[in-house]
Design a protein around this ligand. Structure first.
Ligand code: SAM
Ligand SMILES: Nc1c(NC[C@H](O)[C@H](O)[C@H](O)CO)[nH]c(=O)[nH]c1=O
Ligand code: TYR
Ligand code: SF4
Length: 356
């Protein structure tokens, strides 16, 4: 089937609907990729961005029990401030302009600790952009100390946090969350938390982790929720579509047992292309996550709606723990090679998509 004219027209106006997205699942996929590529060109031109960054995992322990997580350990570590600073120092030496701080949530990790981390990095490395923490972690830490969530975000911003991550979103549909992450914040709580962050001027990215127990319709509901929030706050910097890695975690093992495997390349490309259609005129930046897609598919994704290649990362414990096989580091030279080979212009950016 070819794409009906009215869908193309609505997409260009930023008004594509859930029904349009459903219809796009049945069109010739190459037509869909071309539509997404045209919308990308209209929205952001031929520049493809990337960031030199390093992931830092402050702890691998967590009070949560998400069934998709292979990263959490019962007996693990919590980094000290000194150890964190050492890793930031290594990152800076290696040319990173951003660090991405991740971890689990724990009673020991209170707002004071999060602020201390940010402050000490900010003081010692004033040029380093600090991206990190999740709505889940800050929601938990602020409820521990009965601090209103907006105050928690204001304080973190004042301490030097540049942007909050839009993780713990998974699929923003409670039916799915009950199956894969029952003890996580609910869809409404995630929305309220992210809006609180946006309200105090702490911008975030958005993520979707797909390819487990959710339906295509639920994926579209998630993307449209992101679009609704963006209409209200305008504070999302990007969306990262992350395929679920099904190894060494219970959700994945159950899936594999029932004969269902990882998403396919065509499906990953459709996901990016339909996200571009639904988010046109709302969220301009779509990241092709090379660590999950692999560098060859990430390269192809640049012609199917994506305009960002993500980071050098240097480390990726989360993907690795659940079966990632694409390495943990790509050099800026190789990221630029991939971008130029797609006929596009590379640009080093920070978390706010400003040129560096
Ligand atoms: C491991 S958590 C760390 C942040 C925090 N503990 C949280 O969950 O909000 C970061 C994100 O990694 C992603 N992730 C975890 N396990 C994954 C897997 N097996 N495949 C793909 N993404 C995964 C999820 O989207 C999750 O929200
Ligand atoms: N840290 C991971 C990223 N993030 C890339 C940047 O941190 C981000 O694009 C931006 O600079 C902030 O919005 N992407 C992944 O797919 N996986 C990571 O672990
Ligand atoms: N690192 C996590 C999620 C993540 C995504 C985007 C970020 O900006 C930060 C963290 C993953 O790979 O699944
Ligand atoms: S995904 Fe995050 S909240 Fe869930 S168990 Fe893993 S670290 Fe904890």
């Amino acid at each position: 089937m070819t794409i009906p004219e009215e869908i193309i027209e609505r997409a260009h106006r930023g008004k594509a609907t859930k029904e349009d997205a459903i219809a796009l699942l049945d069109v010739n996929p190459f037509e869909l990729y071309t539509l997404a590529d045209n919308l990308r060109k209209e929205a952001v031109g031929d520049t493809v961005t990337y960031v030199t960054n390093r992931n830092i995992y402050i702890t691998n322990m967590c009070k949560g029990h998400c069934g998709f997580c292979g990263f959490r350990e019962e007996k693990g570590y919590i980094l000290t401030i000194e150890e964190i600073l050492e890793q930031v120092g290594q990152a800076e030496k290696a040319g990173a302009v951003e660090i991405c701080i991740q971890g689990g949530y724990l009673p020991q990790l209170d707002l004071e600790f999060y602020n201390e981390i940010v402050k000490s990095i900010h003081t010692n490395y004033p040029n380093m952009t600090i991206h990190g923490f999740s709505p889940m972690e800050i929601h938990y830490a602020s409820s521990l100390s009965k601090t209103p969530i907006e105050d928690a975000f204001s304080e973190l911003k004042k301490s030097g946090l540049g942007t909050l991550t839009g993780t713990s979103a998974e699929i923003l549909v409670d039916r799915v969350r009950k199956i894969i992450c029952e003890d996580k914040i609910t869809t409404d709580q995630w929305i309220e938390t992210i809006k609180a962050s946006h309200r105090v001027g702490l911008r975030t990215n958005a993520t979707i982790m797909y390819g487990h127990v959710e339906t295509w319709e639920e994926r579209f509901d998630h993307i449209l929720t992101i679009r609704d929030i963006q209409e209200e706050t305008g504070a999302f910097t990007e969306l990262i579509t992350m395929p679920f890695m099904p190894y060494n975690n219970s959700v994945g093992e159950e899936m594999l047992r029932s004969g269902k495997f990882m998403t396919t390349g065509m499906e990953d490309l459709k996901m990016i292309a339909i996200a571009r259609v639904l988010l046109n005129k709302h969220v301009d930046n779509l990241q092709a996550c090379w660590v999950k897609l692999g560098k060859k598919l990430a390269h192809v994704a640049l012609s199917c709606g994506a305009n960002d290649l993500g980071g050098t990362l240097m480390e990726d414990q989360i993907t690795l723990a659940s079966g990632g096989a694409n390495g943990e580091y790509l050099s800026p030279e190789e990221l630029e090679w991939i971008i130029k080979s797609a006929g596009r212009k590379p640009m080093l950016r920070n978390a706010l998509y400003e040129e560096i």
